[in-house]
Each structure stands twice: as structure tokens, then as C-alpha cells.
Design a protein around this ligand. Structure first.
Ligand SMILES: [Fe+2]
Ligand SMILES: [Fe+2]
Ligand SMILES: [Fe+2]
Ligand SMILES: [Fe+2]
Length: 429
């Protein structure tokens, strides 16, 4: 009963977004930053603090507003490329051979999003050492000044975090000393000078000495008040979809396919174009909570114990937690995070029943099960069509899946498989 009341309250407070929706860019980017850190709790807040430090350095250097925005956005997502490695902490380390690998992969992820593309080279070079001036260029390419800012910001956060964790008696003084000692080898002289001025200001150390609440970062942020529309959000959805599928690499196109199948069902149900886009986006994002699962657990071989299963099942709640910080997409959040709810009440995490589950959530559920059955998994190959039909019809009959949607999908099966195959071919070429 309690859950039903809570859910009714949520439905009242959650509104649907329309065509002219304005989505807060800071909330979208900080959610991505949070998502890419969830698999490495030891670093909790690294992206927020690096963005804060880089922004403070950019202000100290009197950069133009557009350059400050580029520094801030790039810093907030700078280690996104580390998610492809099993050990995120090793992947983002400043040591050889890792430091440039995650930067290169991060740049390729930035290239996927039109509004981030101009910042890809900042990410590509964010571990470029100054090396007594040789670090001004990489081959013929001039390293963006923003990369040098982010590199120093990153090192300040990592050093200061280590010193605080080790209980050092004078972490600020020692941090300044360590940075100065590495100056000529590692850091651009102008950026270093800006840091030494900044280091005299008490607020700077107070801000980065703890978790740094998002509302404070938002106040300092040069993108406060900026918004994006649904199409631009779709670009970020594809970026997230890419990193989710890379993180769970045995199902490398799972989220992409769920989004496509969900859109197919939405079109068959005659939703408007805006709603079809939103349902597609919910499909891309439904497993974002899996980023909170260590890769070791996602790829564990052999039998899973009860603790493993409980941890894995928590991913849809993590999806809910992560996406809930973006105010304007409450409906997409709901549809994405409730994909394991079941009309017969046997789902999770909210244990909703019957009509409490909106049709959009049911669409994602049917798409998710269909895609899971038709893809290869480490413990089995993709199921043949007759077996997929049998399982979907059985799940519909026992109330686990919406029977109307299952019938629509089975009737259009050839059509939907052709769409996903075309998409795979386009991605491979
Ligand atoms: Fe990095
Ligand atoms: Fe970093
Ligand atoms: Fe899931
Ligand atoms: Fe899924």
C-alpha cells in the first residue's frame, strides 16, 4: 500500500516534457559526470572538483567566456574514456601506458556529440605534460591551452585527495610543494602561476576539501542557466548509450537495440514523434545504473551468489537515482528506470502492479527482454526465433509482460530485426 501511495505522489509531481522543453545543461553534464564515476567510489567527486579547479584557473587566467565554458565542460567529463577498461582507476592513471589511452578514447566519445566535438582535442591531450615547452605541440598539432589547465586541475585534485586520505598534517602546503616540484616537467608555466595565486585563497581549498555539492558547483559554473532541447539531449543519450554498452561489453549494442525496438513499438502504438523520441531515449538510458556495477561483477564467470544477484538487480534503481537529477525529464526517467517492473507485481525495485505501470515503461520492458533473448551472452548464444516467440508468449500469458505489446512486436519481428541489422551495419562501416 505504501508503495502505491508513494507512486501516486510521484505521478502527480512528475510532469511530461513537451516539444519546447528546455533541459538544464549543467544537470545533464553533471549527471554524466556522476555516472562515469559510480564504478570507482574511491574517486567520488573527482570530476566535480576537477571542473571546479579548472574553472577557477580559467577565471584567474581571464579566459574569454566561451573558453571558460569549454574548460568547464571538458573538465567535468575529462575521464569518460576510462570506462572501457575493467579497472577504471588504473585506466585514468597518469602513468604509462594508460594515461593517453583513456584520453584518446574519451576524445572519440566526444566526437559522437555535435556540441562536444569542438572539445574532443582538449580531452585527447588532457594528460599532455609541458616537458619544458615540448608539450606545446603534439606533432604538428598545437595542444589546446584548455588541456594544460585540465591537466594541472586533475593533478591538484589527485594529490590533495591522496594527502587528505593519508592524514597528512599539512596537506595544502604539501600539495603546493608537490605541484611546484613537478612544474617544469609537467605544467604550463602560465597555468602554474595562476594556481600559485589561487592557492593563496582560502575558499579554494575549502571547496575542494570535500565532496563539493552540485548546487555550489552550479553557482560557480560558467554554464549556469544554459539549456538544451530534446534533440540535443538525444545526442547526449547516444553518448551515454555508448559508454553503458562499452562498460557491459558482452552486450555491446544492448542499450542501442533496446532504444530502437522501443521506438519501433512506440510508432506501432501511434505515439507522437516527440513521444517516440522520448521512449527511444528511455531505451538508450534504461541500463545506465549498470555503470554503478563493477565490471568484475558484470563479467563474473560461473554461478552468481545471492549477493551478486541482489547487486545486479539494483541497477534499475541506480538508473532512477542518476536520471532523477535532471528536472525536466521526469517522464523519461520513470520509463527508463521501471523496465524491470512487471504487470503481475513480480518486478522490482518498486513492486508496482497492473495499471501502476505506464505503457511507456511496459514498452521498454518488452524491448529489453526481446533484445536480451536475441543477443549473444557469455553463457549462451542468441536464441532461435521459435524459442524467443515461445518465451515472450509465455511471459505475456503469466502477466510478466504486456501481451498487446508482445503481439505487436512478434507481428513486426522481421521489420524490427531489419532495422537493428541496418543500424549495426551502419555502425560497423
Ligand atoms: Fe585523465
Ligand atoms: Fe582525472
Ligand atoms: Fe536492466
Ligand atoms: Fe537491459
Amino acid at each position: 500500500m505504501l508503495e502505491v501511495v508513494l507512486y501516486a505522489d510521484m505521478l502527480i509531481s512528475w510532469c511530461s516534457i513537451g516539444t519546447n522543453v528546455e533541459i538544464n545543461l549543467f544537470q545533464v553534464l553533471s549527471t554524466i559526470a556522476l555516472a562515469i564515476e559510480t564504478s570507482a567510489p574511491e574517486l567520488n567527486g573527482h570530476h566535480k572538483r576537477t571542473a571546479f579547479i579548472a574553472n577557477a584557473l580559467a577565471a584567474e587566467l581571464n579566459l574569454e567566456p566561451k573558453d571558460r565554458e569549454d574548460v568547464f565542460i571538458s573538465a567535468l567529463l575529462h575521464d569518460i574514456g576510462g570506462l572501457v577498461k575493467k579497472d577504471y582507476l588504473i585506466a585514468i592513471d597518469d602513468q604509462e601506458p594508460y594515461r593517453h589511452a583513456h584520453a584518446a578514447y574519451g576524445a572519440s566519445i566526444f566526437n559522437l556529440v555535435p556540441s562536444l566535438r569542438d572539445k574532443a582535442s582538449i580531452i585527447r591531450h588532457h594528460h599532455q605534460r609541458w616537458d619544458n615547452g615540448r608539450g606545446e605541440f603534439c606533432g604538428d598539432e598545437r595542444i589546446p591551452f584548455a588541456s594544460h589547465i585540465i591537466y594541472l586541475a586533475d593533478r591538484i585534485d589527485i594529490q590533495y585527495l591522496k594527502l587528505r586520505k593519508s592524514g597528512h598534517e599539512a596537506p595544502i602546503e604539501r600539495c603546493i610543494e608537490l605541484i611546484k616540484n613537478e612544474a617544469e616537467t609537467f605544467f604550463h608555466p602560465r597555468v602554474l602561476e595562476a594556481f600559485l595565486r589561487l592557492a593563496k585563497k582560502t575558499y579554494f581549498w575549502l571547496a575542494i576539501g570535500k565532496l563539493l555539492p552540485l548546487h555550489l558547483l552550479s553557482i560557480y559554473s560558467p554554464i549556469a542557466g544554459k539549456t538544451i532541447n530534446l534533440d540535443e539531449l538525444m545526442d547526449y543519450g547516444l553518448l551515454l548509450n555508448n559508454i553503458i554498452d562499452m562498460h557491459c561489453n558482452f552486450t555491446c549494442r544492448h542499450s542501442l537495440h533496446v532504444g530502437i525496438v522501443a521506438r519501433f513499438l512506440a510508432e506501432k502504438c501511434n505515439y507522437s514523434e516527440v513521444d517516440c523520441k522520448k521512449i527511444e531515449l528511455a531505451g538508450y538510458l534504461h541500463d545506465i545504473g549498470k555503470l554503478a556495477m563493477p565490471m568484475g561483477l558484470l563479467h563474473k564467470e560461473g554461478k552468481l551468489d545471492a549477493e551478486d544477484i541482489a547487486a545486479l538487480k539494483s541497477h534499475s534503481y541506480h538508473t532512477f537515482e542518476l536520471l532523477s537529477s535532471i528536472d525536466a525529464i521526469a517522464d523519461i526517467t520513470r520509463w527508463a528506470s521501471m523496465h524491470h517492473e512487471r504487470p503481475n507485481g513480480m518486478g522490482y525495485p518498486f513492486s508496482l502492479v497492473g495499471d501502476e505501470i505506464e505503457r511507456e515503461c511496459r514498452i521498454i520492458s518488452v524491448a529489453d527482454v526481446f533484445v536480451a533473448l536475441t543477443e549473444n551472452r557469455p553463457y549462451r548464444t542468441a536464441m532461435p526465433p521459435e524459442k524467443v516467440n515461445e518465451i515472450l508468449l509465455r511471459e505475456a500469458a503469466n502477466g510478466s509482460l504486456d501481451s498487446e505489446l508482445v503481439n505487436l512486436l512478434l507481428a513486426g519481428r522481421q521489420e524490427v530485426m531489419a532495422i537493428t541489422d541496418d543500424m549495426d551495419l551502419a555502425q560497423a562501416s
